[in-house]
Design a protein around this ligand. Structure first.
Ligand code: ASP
Length: 326
């Protein structure tokens, strides 16, 4: 039987790290240096599942990745019809996997993975995660499901997945609604499915848009945020609870919303924003009346990603883009 092709784009991260000696300026410690071919060669059983084409796309820790890198990656993935696996650092997978989802209008599977335990440790999880990602990439159920994230023998939807722990191999979870699937004996056992989201065209994005994420905290009067006003093109606010901010901040946000898109998400972690419950100043009804857009149940960092990509694409109807998350 002819096995399917899976392209593995390697971007670096812990999965690709090796120790290096301290140099004059650099601290000793792990840096990404294992090649895409080395990652694949370390998992001989991949050849039972697919014909792997390894691509060294970047070689960086994931905090060094930029939105431009992910836009370029989306273009490279879009240029080839094969199922795709992306390996990268775990720190930014919540955002990069979701960005790919926002940029790819295709049904061929894309599965993102990495490692929590580096290759020098007993029980390093990179090889198992890579194998699970390739198994998910060739599974018929993955087609049309949007971008997936494979860790710890679990398959998550990019739109739901969070990195919820700094060190455990079980760091990745979907607290909003649970995993989509589990990998068992090399099979993908599906529990629930999602359809892919509408996509922006990665080839049509401009690169210079500033969209910060501001987390509201107790007593925040908005004064500091106001100083950013002229320098930003859009803003995502991680609000309290179901979409609430202190009254002085509501005024600041209202002024900003008259000039730039202001999108509200919740810092609570799960659950959608409210729409019609609280009538106080800074409550969800007040903020909606001041022209802000709700991100529904989308996490603040993913909402920021979508707003940034949308503004890079010159989209003007921002509320429409957030409709799938209600
Ligand atoms: N700091 C690393 C990175 O994101 C963590 C990891 O890969 O797990 O590149």
């Amino acid at each position: 039987m002819k096995l399917p092709v899976v392209r593995v784009f390697a971007l670096g991260g812990t999965i690709a790290t090796a120790a290096r000696a301290a140099k004059r300026r650099d601290a000793a410690g792990l840096v990404p240096s294992l090649s895409a071919d080395a990652l694949v060669d370390a998992v001989p059983s991949l050849s039972d599942v697919a014909r792997i084409e390894a691509v060294q796309f970047r070689q960086v820790p994931s905090p060094h990745l930029t939105t431009g890198d992910i836009v370029d990656l989306a273009c490279a993935i879009a240029a080839n019809p094969a199922a795709t696996v992306v390996t990268q650092g775990t720190d930014t997978i919540e955002e990069t996997a979701f960005a790919l989802e926002c940029l790819l209008a295709r049904d061929a599977p894309v599965v993102v993975t990495g490692a929590m335990r580096n290759p020098t440790l007993p029980g390093a999880d990179g090889p198992a995660n890579l194998l699970a990602a390739v198994q998910a990439a060739v599974d018929a159920g993955s087609a049309g499901s949007g971008v997936l994230v494979a860790f710890n023998d679990e398959i998550h939807a990019a739109r739901f997945v969070v990195k919820g722990n700094t060190a455990l191999p079980s760091a990745f979870a979907s607290p909003q609604c649970g995993r989509l699937a589990q990998v068992v004996e090399g099979r993908i056992c599906w529990f629930q499915r999602v359809d892919r989201l509408p996509a922006l065209d990665p080839a049509k994005l401009e690169r210079s848009v500033r969209v910060p994420l501001w987390t509201v905290t107790l007593g925040d009067d908005g004064e500091l945020l106001e100083t950013l006003g002229e320098r930003i093109d859009g803003l995502v606010v991680a609000t309290m609870g179901g979409g609430h901010v202190p009254p002085p901040m509501a005024c600041v946000l209202g002024k900003l919303a008259a000039r730039i898109p202001v999108v509200l998400a919740s810092r609570a972690g799960t659950g959608p924003l409210l729409r019609a419950t609280y009538g106080y100043a800074g409550g969800e009804i007040d903020l909606a009346s001041r022209g802000m857009t709700s991100a529904g149940w989308l996490a603040p960092n993913k909402a920021r990603m979508l707003l940034q990509l949308a503004l890079m694409a010159g989209e003007s109807d921002i509320p429409r883009l957030f409709e799938p998350f209600f």
